[in-house]
Design a protein. Structure first.
Length: 473
RNA sequence: GUCAGAAUGGCAGAGUGGUUAUGCUUCCGGCUGCAACCCGGAAUUAUGUGAGUUCAAUUCUCACUUCUGACUCCA
């Protein structure tokens, strides 16, 4: 039984989609104005893990992730870069997708853009004005918070006691209440000059930030969706405002389950430009490999802070390699096994269903990937112990099949067993085998070094030499 | 300042009102021609501090300390 922590209630709840067997998920995607950093990708990866887990549990999942391609920052920075808004955001949208591929993140069902949904936003704004929940002032449309009594239910903020941000935008000067937020912003002369504006009943406008998500989520799924995912920093104001917009307009619950991922910090500190500790994904993927980064992120529960550091990454890498080695060894054994059966071997099979259950239960416990990894390790050890002695094909196949099942659920080891050994290396290995047969250890060791210098490692096993690509470290 | 979350060995990280898992790291042993891989064993002052509830607290409660975050763009 799947249980998921819901920010709305601050408890784990039994997960039940509106439509049996199908799950609708909306996730807040990137604002495409610069290279996303590894913290952004932690959240995207968490979303991917949730999708994969739900699929592993048998649900049909539809994920929609928006791309914010018009807002203050994209407008500002595209100008600075001397590019049109579209060229500028296209560039960083491409970077965003490249990063997803680096981490083997599955594509969502759709990636709607804010700029493609302005009509819907105007429509929603009109509806909210009709209901008295929004008003026009100075060509902008604002949401009237006082008209929505539930405001604050997600963030649980006490609005009487918190300090209103010191920096109040000039264009917010006109609002009825300083906490009211913009749905649509009146275009500035500069924006109009650059062609960044949309016609509306209130004149030329461009979208505010929060309204796009309400529109795209409801366009995709109707008034109520099962799950909405984002980083913890979005709880307020972004998601609070989404609730106000959506539920204000429809009168129906917007999201059943709010899921928020904790932040990634670096050596105990927030990643920030001023501290100079911002890492982009390509930087660390180049260093450790995409799957290691993926594994590293999955080794910490999504609701816990992940404290990134070099030592942490190395640790994750060792853990990852250990699990990978087992799969390598399993596949090697499978290739070389003879079909002789030892009835006693079948004992090992009995432990597999139990591991499968434990693995599933770990994931069902609020997507507890660290716990699931522990079960994965148990399977690894079971497998290694078996490989010490046993070679029953049926047993090997069943272990392998479960191993792949776990790997796929995590989205790792997709390439294991698929790498080609270069001709040159293969012939050296043969040469070395010949030397070993003659017990010419000196020569055999020299050849092993040669192979190593080509970037490959040879291991001697009962079934003969096993060659694999060396991990650079 | 208000609010929220967190604190477990050298590192990472789970669970649990009743000998703290698991992995990495380190050491020893086995396997091996030697390695590598793997297996077995061991180690390390481990549950932030102080109270309370309890027969029993790492787990529940309270306070404190520290960290992180939200309140302003932010995954």
């Amino acid at each position: 039984m799947l249980q998921v922590y819901n920010t709305l209630t601050r408890t784990k709840e039994i997960f039940k989609p509106v439509k049996e067997g199908e799950v609708s998920i909306y996730a807040c995607g990137p604002t495409v104005y610069n290279m996303p950093h590894i913290g952004n990708y932690r959240t995207f990866l968490m979303t991917d893990n949730i999708v994969r887990t739900l699929e592993y549990l048998g649900y049909k999942v539809k994920l929609v992730m928006n791309i914010t391609d018009i807002d203050d920052k994209t407008i500002r920075d595209s100008k600075e870069a001397g590019m049109s808004l579209k060229d500028f955001t296209d560039k960083y949208t491409a970077e965003f997708f490249k990063g997803l591929d680096m981490l083997n993140i599955k594509r969502a069902s759709a990636y709607p853009r804010a700029t493609e949904n302005v009509d819907g936003m105007i429509e929603l704004a009109r509806k909210l004005i009709e209901k008295g929940l929004a008003y026009e002032k100075g060509g902008s449309v604002y949401y009237r918070i006082s008209g929505f009594p539930d405001y604050g239910k997600l963030s649980k903020l006490d609005f009487d006691n918190i300090i209103i941000g010191a920096s109040v935008d000039v264009d917010e000067y006109d609002k009825d209440n300083p906490r009211d937020f913009a749905l649509l912003k009146a275009s500035t002369p500069e924006e109009i000059e650059r062609g960044i504006y949309y016609e509306s009943p209130w004149g030329k406008i461009r979208p505010g930030w929060h309204i796009e998500c309400s529109v795209m989520a409801m366009n995709s799924f109707g008034p109520t969706l099962d799950m909405h995912i984002g980083g913890v920093d979005l709880i307020f104001p972004h998601h609070e405002n989404e609730i106000a917009q959506s539920e204000g307009a429809t009168g129906k619950p917007f999201v059943c389950n709010w899921v928020h991922g904790e932040h990634l910090i670096v050596e105990g500190e927030k990643m920030s430009k001023s501290r100079g500790n911002v890492f982009t994904l390509p930087e660390i993927v180049e260093k450790y490999g995409g799957e290691v980064v993926r594994f590293m992120f999955l080794s910490v529960h999504y609701r816990k802070k992940l404290d990134y550091s070099g030592a942490f990454a190395e640790n994750a890498k060792n853990n990852y390699l250990k699990l990978k080695e087992t799969l390598d060894n399993l596949e090697f054994a499978l290739k070389n096994v003879e079909d002789e059966s030892n009835p006693g071997d079948l004992e090992t099979l009995k432990s597999l269903p139990e591991l499968e259950i434990q693995f599933r239960e770990a994931l069902e416990d609020d997507f507890n990937t660290p716990k699931a990894i522990t079960i994965f390790r148990e399977l690894s050890r079971t497998s290694n112990v078996y490989l010490e002695t046993g070679r029953n094909r049926q047993v090997l196949e069943q272990i392998h099949s479960l191993y792949k099942q776990f790997s796929d659920a995590f989205g790792i080891f997709a390439q294991v067993g698929k790498e080609e050994i270069p001709e040159e290396v293969a012939s050296l290995v043969e040469e070395r085998e010949a030397a070993r047969k003659k017990k010419d250890w000196a020569n055999s060791d020299v050849i092993r070094e040669n192979i190593k210098s080509l970037g490959y490692i040879v291991q001697d096993t009962k079934e003969g030499p096993k060659v694999k690509k060396a991990e650079e470290s």
